[in-house]
Write a protein that binds this ligand. Sequence first.
Ligand code: AP5
Ligand code: ZN
Length: 216
Amino acid sequence: KRLILIGPPGSGKGTQSPIIKDEYCLCHLATGDMLRAAVAAKTPLGIKAKEAMDKGELVSDDLVVGIIDEAMKKPSCQKGFILDGFPRTVVQAEKLDEMLQKQGAKIDKVLNFAIDDAILEERITGRWIHPSSGRTYHTKFAPPKVPGVDDVTGEPLIQRKDDTAAVLKSRLEAFHRQTEPVIGYYKNKGAVAELHAEKSPKEVTAELGFLLRQNS
Ligand code: AP5
Ligand code: ZN
């Protein structure tokens, strides 16, 4: 399967991805995670991306299209992939179409994590992550067994630099202005399925499973 997850910051894309990834043996391509790793390693890409990310603005289309083009060539992605956080502009969606056309492949489903903006601040400001595995926790909704510590490795958890109420405002603005049109782009192709992303993580997982089993 080739899936796209679209939704605002905190809508649950990164929480649900590992679950469907394991169930369907897909690779999980999260541009945000890849960019954060590049920033942490101070690679040329990371240096170029950092400023926009800190402000909650989008990184340039050329940079992220390059990352995805490279990542999709990996053998582990040949059976299928989950795109989490890409495409985020109509230009990125058009470039993705070109890349897929070359491989004779197409997107099976676009999952739209529909949710009210008002819920997102609490989700974002309570998030803690384990950077090397991508595991995500929440102080209230998904607390780790020991506060500030990863359940599996015992390593420390961190908070994302852009997970503040102020930066969330710009991220939401970018979502509505630049990413919402991408949902329209795929609606015209008839590939979009809506999720009730305000429900509990388990309920969202169940809904996802139901949507993915349809006509597959
Ligand atoms: P990115 O990392 O993609 O961030 P985002 O889109 O803002 O999404 P988040 O990771 O914040 O949300 P999520 O939906 O994954 O939420 P999660 O599941 O963790 O991008 C970061 C930056 O990189 C961008 O601002 C941009 O600068 C750049 N970038 C990335 N891709 C780009 C692109 N294509 N083009 C240009 N620039 C790009 O959940 C959040 C919290 O809520 C967690 O604590 C979780 O435990 C909790 N939670 C999850 N689900 C539920 C639930 N159902 N109920 C209660 N709590 C829940
Ligand atoms: Zn995420």
